[in-house]
Ligand binder design. Structure first.
Ligand code: ADP
Ligand code: MG
Length: 280
C-alpha cells in the first residue's frame, strides 16, 4: 500500500510547448481573525499551460478554496502573485469563470435557467441573437435544453450544478476554476458530470483547474494532479496522470494503472494529513 513502491512520474513542464496561462508564485494567505492569525496557505507555486486539465487534491481544510479565491481575484493574497497570461490578477479577470460547490447560492432564483446562463454574456455585451445561440448550445451540452424556462428551485441539485456549468462554459473562459463542484450531487450524476467536464474541456480547448478532496475523481479527471499538504499548505507533489486520454467510467477505473495512481495519491494524502508533507 505504500505509494513509494509505485513508479510515478513527477510532472515536469520542460519540453511541453504550450504557453503558460496561469502562474501561481509563492502564494501565501493569512487570515486575520479575532483569535489571531490563521495561515491557510503557506507557499504555493505551480503553473498551468494552455489546454491542461489539472486537478488539485488535498485534505479538507488545507486551503483549496482559499487558493481558488486568490486565483479568481476574489481574495487578496498576503504574499506572492497570481499571473494570468503574464498579468497580475488583482480583481476577477474577464477571461476566468468559476464554478463553486454551493450552486444553490450561485444561481439567481428569480431568473429562469436560460436567463441565468445568459447573464454574463449580456454583461459582456454580446448581441442578443448571438446570445440566444450560445446559450442554446451550452444548455444542450449539459443536457438541459428542455429546462430552459424552469427556475433553479424547480430543479434537482445535480441539474442546478449543470446550469452553473453551462453558464461558465457558455462564457468560454480561457481558464475555468472549479471548487469541488460535484461534492453535493449523487454518485450517478457525479459520474455524468465528470464525463461532461472532460468533454467540454476537450471541445473548447480551455484550461481547467479542478479542486476536489476526492482522490479517485482527481485521478479520473486530471492530466496532472497537484497534491496539497495539510494546512499551512504547500504543493507536496505534482503528479502526471499517464492514463489514456479517452477516459471511461468503467474501463479507466478498472485499469491496474488507475489503481496504482489512486493508491499513490491516497498514500500522499495520508502523509499530508500526518503533517509530514509541509513541516518535515
Ligand atoms: P479547503 O477548501 O481545503 O477545505 P479552506 O480554504 O476553506 O480549505 O480553509 C483553509 C483554512 O483557512 C482552514 O483552517 C479554515 O478554517 C481557514 N479559513 C478559511 N476561510 C477563512 C476566513 N474567512 N477567516 C479565517 N479563517 C478562514
Ligand atoms: Mg473548500
Amino acid at each position: 500500500m505504500e505509494g513509494d513502491s509505485v513508479t510515478v512520474q513527477n510532472a515536469s513542464r520542460d519540453g511541453v510547448d504550450a504557453p503558460v496561462v496561469l502562474s501561481v508564485q509563492g502564494l501565501q494567505k493569512i487570515y486575520t481573525v479575532d483569535s489571531g492569525d490563521v495561515e491557510a496557505v503557506r507557499d504555493l507555486t505551480f503553473e498551468l499551460r494552455q489546454g491542461e486539465l489539472v486537478c488539485l487534491v488535498g485534505p479538507s481544510g488545507c486551503g483549496k478554496t482559499t487558493l481558488l479565491r486568490c486565483i479568481a481575484g476574489l481574495l487578496e493574497p498576503t504574499a506572492g502573485t497570481v499571473l494570468l497570461d503574464g498579468a497580475v490578477v488583482t480583481a476577477p479577470p474577464k477571461k476566468m469563470a468559476v464554478v463553486f460547490q454551493e450552486y444553490g447560492r450561485s444561481l439567481f432564483a428569480w431568473m429562469t435557467v436560460r436567463q441565468n446562463v445568459e447573464l454574463p454574456l449580456k454583461n459582456a455585451g454580446m448581441p442578443k441573437a448571438e446570445r440566444r445561440k450560445v446559450v442554446s448550445t451550452a444548455l444542450h451540452a449539459v443536457g438541459l435544453e428542455h429546462a430552459e424556462t424552469s427556475y433553479p428551485w424547480q430543479l434537482s441539485g445535480g441539474m442546478q450544478q449543470r446550469v452553473a456549468i453551462a453558464r461558465a462554459v457558455a462564457y468560454e473562459p480561457e481558464v475555468l476554476l472549479m471548487d469541488e463542484p460535484f461534492a453535493a450531487v449523487d454518485a450517478q450524476t457525479r459520474a455524468d458530470l465528470e464525463d461532461l467536464i472532460r468533454r467540454v474541456w476537450k471541445d473548447l480547448g480551455i484550461t481547467v483547474l479542478f479542486v476536489t478532496h476526492d482522490i479517485d475523481e482527481s485521478v479520473y479527471l486530471g492530466e496532472r494532479v497537484l497534491i496539497l499538504s495539510n494546512s499551512p499548505t504547500v504543493v507536496q507533489e505534482d503528479l502526471t496522470i499517464d492514463l489514456p486520454a479517452e477516459r471511461d467510467q468503467l474501463a479507466t477505473r478498472s485499469m491496474p494503472r488507475f489503481t496504482e495512481l489512486r493508491t499513490h495519491v491516497y498514500a500522499e494524502i495520508q502523509k499530508a494529513k500526518r503533517g509530514s508533507g509541509a513541516d518535515a
